[in-house]
Design a protein around this ligand. Structure first.
Ligand code: GLY
Ligand code: MN
Ligand code: MN
Length: 483
């Protein structure tokens, strides 16, 4: 009789360690250090990235002469042990460098007549480096090959030096201005965290150049496709009880496949969830006869993001009450859009839309005061049903340029190249006792991404209709099969 038995595993005495420490085994480290083909990796980025970044650096250089400026890409927060959250480079860093490498630092050294920009990058953990196999977060054996410093320099037409070269120049950074992303470096660098640099970056980033507008158009176009992909899944989400999560996941998969990912947490709110402004939990069902609010944006590979909302009837037809709310929001939306042109005060779209909202709510008997009293600064009763802002600048960040001063943002006039959202809505909460029962639990938002042109505006998200008939027709055309 033959006995098959497994030999007991060999157990060397790795006393005091959780794992065999490979890095401490000379025979192993010597063996793994060699025998690897050296294949250069080129960075990939949208065409025109390096030229756009160079132009952005010129604008910052002109705005802040004589100051050495430090902007870092940042690093991903640790989730546990050696598992990190996904990394997304700092927007100011991306705007100035076109680079998305983690733990990188851009220094714009003040020199006579301007600035010399140097991009300091961590060296990849290539074969031959101990980190190649021992660093689970950055070693190429773990995370895949990444472009080397010469390849980055070539792709971005910028001087690139290894990060450790910055250590040797720390004393030269005394008094340099650091953006928030570099704040954790600032102590070691002797640089000064600079609200002035943040404000200036926000102001400069507010007017988009042609390349940035191309990126934003691409983000919006991919988002429109994503809306179609989501609406195609609505019948399945209803039929199989997969709920809002399935639709959220559908959009996020689309965004991750055709861009860098969602530009913000995707909002999918069915029925009573639609009036909940940041309904990102998305753990409810998709109800067949409810309005479905979809606030979704693809962040392109360049990291420019769209931010679009439509409220669609889940089975293709609005109820009378849903349609009435949609009509009023559409009217406010059009009033807002009408104000978007160069030379108009930024906030005019807000006031125009709010007038329509207040009048409409008053006509429905929902305001306890007159329209004028509601619209007065000391009133604002209509905002009970619209407690959020109804627009913002859009770019690398969904709420772009948020560090700008009042006079550069809220108090500024629109100029060509500004990209912003217009997004009025009405949010009738399910438990709002001021509302007639038929309005409770209806939330509608219409959000478009709008470019200020030389003569007026261009609605980048115009491929999605904003009128109730158009929304119904578009929805019916894209709903997937019900069985
Ligand atoms: N989705 C965020 C916003 O609309 O501002
Ligand atoms: Mn928005
Ligand atoms: Mn939005």
């Amino acid at each position: 009789m033959t006995h098959h038995h497994h030999a007991a595993p060999v157990r060397p005495p790795y006393a005091g360690t959780r794992y065999p420490r490979l890095a401490g085994i000379p025979a192993f480290t010597e063996f793994i250090a060699s025998g690897w083909d050296d294949v250069p990796v080129r960075p990939t980025m949208p065409a025109g990235t390096s030229e756009a970044a160079a132009a952005h650096r010129s604008r910052l250089s002109a705005a802040m002469p004589g100051q050495t400026l430090v902007v870092a890409s940042g690093s991903a927060p640790i989730r546990n042990d050696d598992a990190a959250y996904g990394f997304r480079a700092d927007s100011n860093f991306v705007w100035l460098s076109g680079c998305q490498v983690e733990d990188a630092v851009l220094v714009m050294w003040a020199v006579p007549g301007g600035h010399d920009a140097v991009l300091y990058l961590p060296r990849p953990f290539r074969p031959g480096d101990a980190g190649f196999f021992s660093n689970a977060m950055h070693g190429e054996l773990w995370v895949g090959p990444s472009a080397g410093l010469p390849e980055w320099s070539d792709a971005l037409s910028i001087t690139v030096e290894p990060l450790e070269a910055l250590d040797a120049r720390h004393n030269e950074l005394r008094g340099a201005l650091a953006a928030r992303s570099a704040a954790h470096l600032a102590g070691g660098l002797d640089a000064v965290a600079s609200p002035e640099l943040e404000r200036t970056m926000s102001r400069l980033r507010m007017v988009k150049d042609e390349w940035e507008i191309t990126q934003l158009r691409a983000a919006v176009d991919a988002t429109v496709d994503g809306f179609a992909a989501v609406v195609a899944e609505v019948p399945r989400a209803i039929r199989d009880g997969l709920g809002e999560r399935w639709l959220q996941g559908t959009f996020d998969r689309h965004a991750r496949t055709f861009g860098n990912g969602p530009g913000y947490s995707t909002i999918v709110g069915s029925g009573a969830h639609a009036p909940i402004l940041h309904w990102v939990r998305c753990d409810g069902p998709v109800l067949p006869h409810a309005a479905l609010l979809l606030d979704m944006g693809v962040e392109a590979h360049s990291l420019y993001t769209a931010d679009v909302t439509r409220t669609v009837p889940a089975t293709g037809t609005f109820s009378t009450a849903q349609r009435a709310v949609h009509d009023l929001v559409e009217k406010a939306h059009r009033a807002g859009l009408d104000q978007i042109r160069p030379g108009t005060p930024y906030l005019d779209f807000h006031f125009a839309a709010m007038e329509v909202v207040a009048q409409g709510l008053h006509d429905w008997g929902l305001l306890p005061v007159s329209v004028d009293e509601a619209l007065s600064p000391a009133g604002q009763h209509h905002r009970r049903y619209l407690a959020c802002g109804i627009g913002h600048h859009l770019g690398l960040d969904v709420h772009d340029c948020s560090q700008a001063q009042y006079e550069d943002y809220m108090g500024a006039d629109l100029e060509p190249g500004v990209v912003m959202t217009v997004e009025p809505g009405l949010y009738f909460h399910a438990h709002d006792l001021t509302l007639p029962p038929e309005l409770r639990g209806i939330g509608v938002r219409l959000e478009d991404d709008v470019l200020v042109t030389g003569s007026g505006s261009d609605v980048l998200s115009a491929a999605l209709p904003i009128d109730a008939d158009g929304v119904e027709a578009w929805t019916r055309a894209h709903l997937g099969p019900t069985s």
